[in-house]
Design a protein around this ligand. Structure first.
Ligand SMILES: [Zn+2]
Length: 537
């Protein structure tokens, strides 16, 4: 009996070669990055020189061209822009001034929401406060908003910050992340039904506003100390353009005007906002390669989304991931590697609008599904359903792995195995020489919200790293202060070394990374959400 077990173990383990990380390469990667890093230089180029990168805007195109030229300069091959789309309407703003004219004169801190209309010169009028959340609210307010500035929503209540505004994972929180969470255990913040209802309401709001003709819609920014969130209004789709000007205002100033309205002081506002629309905007991903040698037909991809919102310069979301990925390929070229597999970088656009660029790339290269019906679009990715059968292309068999970085400036603490048990021991072996850099956790958990999902959704091994949160959700994510100063140099350099290690190992191991099996529902499309559940973060 004992002998049989031993024999069985021998057979069972014989097929799995021990994963031995390349320590010489580890030293070379560290030497290049820790002594000759260009990551902050690339970061300044992208954030200071190019700036914010809203998909479909002229700046996004500049970012695509700038990254393509940089990657060429680093010595990569075939750096090019790959078009995707149709996207819809591009948008940018030139200037925005919102002032309180009475009972006091004040310059306010406001920025336009993407895809909202501009004004033709300054417009002036009274401000009112309404709630527009349901179709009944629209009925109730019919005929009341014309010629008014409309404050949409409650007066924010701001409390002092009791906790630190930044976070690094400690051993306990990493141990928690390392524990798998059985899906459905914790109820989501809102349900799919609620997401569908909100989407339907937001569409119904557009013709109401077009008819009603308020001067502008003003929303609170959801921040404090002058920092606020800026995203979009309506949509980039032709039929869903926001028909009136709409601005985000800092919470403290929104509160002041809201109180003046409550006290019947009839606050007067003036808005002058200049915006530009670019109908049928062309959209691109930036792609470049380090060609492989004996296995050059197989590809290891790394990437991040290059697009951003327009309140800051998209430094932590996701300039950070983009410049780390660019620095990874620069380092690998600089030390003159000859990878067995081809290494390909993808810098995606359209991520903020629903992973559009990476989904299009996956459809064009690896596997596609029929376009989702109207009601599925714009739902958070965790609620989206697989629509119809998967058509698999030949390149699907050739992608060894995709590694994504998109959770801010924080250093890498490990990686989500995305429920792929077979990669866990492999990743653990690769992390072994990276322990002294704080990266040592492999979790079976999935994580969502970014471009590795586009690969995962069609059965390709796509992964996102675990990163220290730093100030991401508290301060920088989609805010006016998502700028270069919030990038942490040491964290980015560490992330470069970890990502370069993973890319190198994946490009050189004897076999491609093991994949999760594609279920029947994955292949045929299913009525249940097609993408994996989101992580609790
Ligand atoms: Zn984002």
């Amino acid at each position: 009996m004992r002998n049989l077990t031993a024999a069985f173990l021998l057979i069972a383990t014989a097929g799995v070669a021990a994963e031995t990380p390349d320590l010489t390469m580890q030293t070379r990667i560290r030497q290049e990055e820790f002594r000759n890093s260009k990551v902050m230089e690339i970061a300044s180029g992208l954030m200071d020189f190019v700036g914010a990168r809203l998909t479909g805007s002229p700046n996004m195109k500049r970012a695509n061209e700038w990254t393509r030229d940089k990657l060429t300069e680093f010595g990569l091959s075939d750096a090019h822009l790959e078009p995707w789309g149709p996207f819809g309407t591009g948008w940018s703003y030139e200037s925005c001034s919102l002032r309180l004219l009475s009972p006091d004169v004040v310059q306010l801190w406001a920025l336009p929401r993407a895809w909202s209309a501009g004004t033709t010169g300054p417009i002036r009028g009274s401000a009112v406060k309404v709630k527009l959340e349901t179709k009944e609210d629209l009925e109730k307010n019919k005929g009341k908003l014309a010629g008014k500035f409309v404050l949409l929503g409650d007066t924010p209540e701001l409390k002092p910050h009791e906790k630190a505004q930044y976070q690094r994972y400690d051993e306990k929180s990493l141990a928690d992340i390392g524990q798998y969470q059985i899906p459905g255990g914790t109820p989501p913040r809102f349900t799919r039904e609620e997401a569908v209802r909100r989407r339907a309401f937001n569409r119904a709001l557009l013709p109401f506003l077009a008819e009603e003709k308020p001067l502008a819609m003003i929303v609170p920014g959801g921040g404090d100390y002058g920092n606020f969130h800026v995203q979009g209004a309506g949509s980039y789709r032709k039929a869903e353009q926001y028909p009136v000007p709409s601005v985000v205002l800092s919470d403290e100033q929104y509160g002041r005007i809201a109180r003046l309205i409550d006290q019947n002081k009839d606050p007067q506002l003036e808005l002058d906002v200049r915006t530009h629309d670019y109908p049928d905007a062309q959209t691109f991903n930036t792609i470049a390669e380090i060609p492989g040698t004996d296995k050059r037909g197989e590809v290891v991809m790394l990437g991040a989304h290059l697009d951003s919102w327009h309140g800051g310069t998209g430094a932590t979301d996701n300039g950070a991931g983009s410049v780390v990925a660019m620095e990874v390929v620069r380092v690998l070229k600089a030390i003159g590697i000859q990878p067995r597999r081809t290494i390909r970088i993808g810098l995606w656009s359209g991520e903020e609008e629903g992973l559009l660029g990476s989904r299009a790339y996956v459809s064009q290269h690896f596997a596609s599904r029929p376009e989702p019906p109207e009601e599925e679009r714009d739902l958070p990715s965790a609620f989206r359903r697989n629509t119809g059968p998967l058509t698999i292309k030949p390149e699907h068999a050739k992608l060894a792995a995709y590694f994504n970085l998109d959770n801010g400036t924080g250093k890498v603490r490990g990686i989500y195995a995305q429920e792929n048990a077979a990669v866990v021991p492999i990743f653990e072996a690769w992390l072994d020489p990276l322990k002294d850099l704080g990266a040592n956790t492999v979790t079976m958990r999935t994580t969502g919200g970014t471009d590795h999902l586009s690969f995962d959704a069609v059965g390709l091994p796509g992964f996102q790293f675990i990163q220290d949160p730093v100030e991401y959700s508290e301060r920088t994510h989609h805010t006016t202060y998502d700028v270069y100063e919030r990038l942490q140099r040491d964290d980015l350099m560490q992330a470069v070394v970890v990502m370069a290690t993973f890319v190198w190992e994946a490009a050189n191991r004897p076999d491609m990374l093991p994949r999760k099996p594609l279920s029947k529902a994955d292949m045929e499309g299913s009525p249940s959400p097609g993408l994996r559940p989101p992580s609790p973060r």
